[in-house]
Design a protein around this ligand. Structure first.
Ligand SMILES: CC(C)(COP(=O)(O)OP(=O)(O)OC[C@H]1O[C@@H](n2cnc3c(N)ncnc32)[C@H](O)[C@@H]1OP(=O)(O)O)[C@@H](O)C(=O)NCCC(=O)NCCS
Length: 167
């Protein structure tokens, strides 16, 4: 398994070395994540390699909601009519440094994020974990783990009930 810690001042220099091969997630960690944490827009978790001290990967979590109109019918049936949107947790970013790709780090970070989200859902209602894949490659990665495409949106979701069965 992997150990994750909250991104903090101690990672200040380390995060400048992070390179997953895609500009958006790299720039986000280097320039925006700390500010978003301060503004309470997200929580950011990193895993640090014991040997090299490098950041292997990171992910972010935030509160979110899904408009009822884009929830697939088979899930909508389970929901009360009075809800115009349903509560969710957004796994906003997930990236692995290229030096650590293909070693199962992405999968372990995803499991860590899902397990953390499941724990949160016990105290703050959250119907699903939502992701916003960067591109087709990222979509394939999430598809592999059972995420379902939300129609008319590039977002994908995994119901918390399904996640609960994993832990
Ligand atoms: C997508 C990403 C997180 C995968 O990280 P990784 O550590 O290389 O992935 P893992 O080694 O944990 O792979 C786990 C499994 O997913 C598969 N996988 C990895 N990347 C994949 C992709 N892009 N599409 C489909 N499957 C993928 C692996 O083959 C592996 O399958 P297996 O268990 O059957 O062998 C990483 O490539 C990355 O950071 N990409 C850039 C940022 C990004 O696109 N993030 C996605 C969210 S927006």
């Amino acid at each position: 398994m992997i150990t994750t810690e909250i991104l903090s001042q101690i990672h200040r220099k380390l995060k400048n070395n992070f390179a997953c091969g895609k500009i958006l997630p790299d720039t986000y960690l280097k320039t925006q994540a700390a500010q978003d944490i301060k503004r309470k827009l997200c929580a950011c978790f990193v895993s640090v390699d014991n040997k090299t001290g490098l950041i292997q990967g990171y992910y972010t979590l935030s509160s979110n909601s899904i408009p009822i109109g884009i929830v697939p019918d088979n899930y909508k049936k389970q929901l009360p009519y009075s809800y115009s949107s349903i509560p969710a947790i957004l796994l906003g970013r997930l990236a692995v440094d290229s030096r650590f790709k293909g070693l199962g780090i992405g999968k372990m970070l995803l499991i860590d994020a899902l397990s953390r989200s499941y724990e949160i859902s016990k105290s703050v209602g959250s119907f699903a974990v939502v992701v916003d894949p960067l591109d087709e490659e990222a979509e394939k990665f999430y598809f592999k783990y059972g995420f379902i495409l939300l129609p008319d949106s590039r977002k994908m979701f995994l119901p918390m009930k399904t996640i609960g069965k994993l832990f």
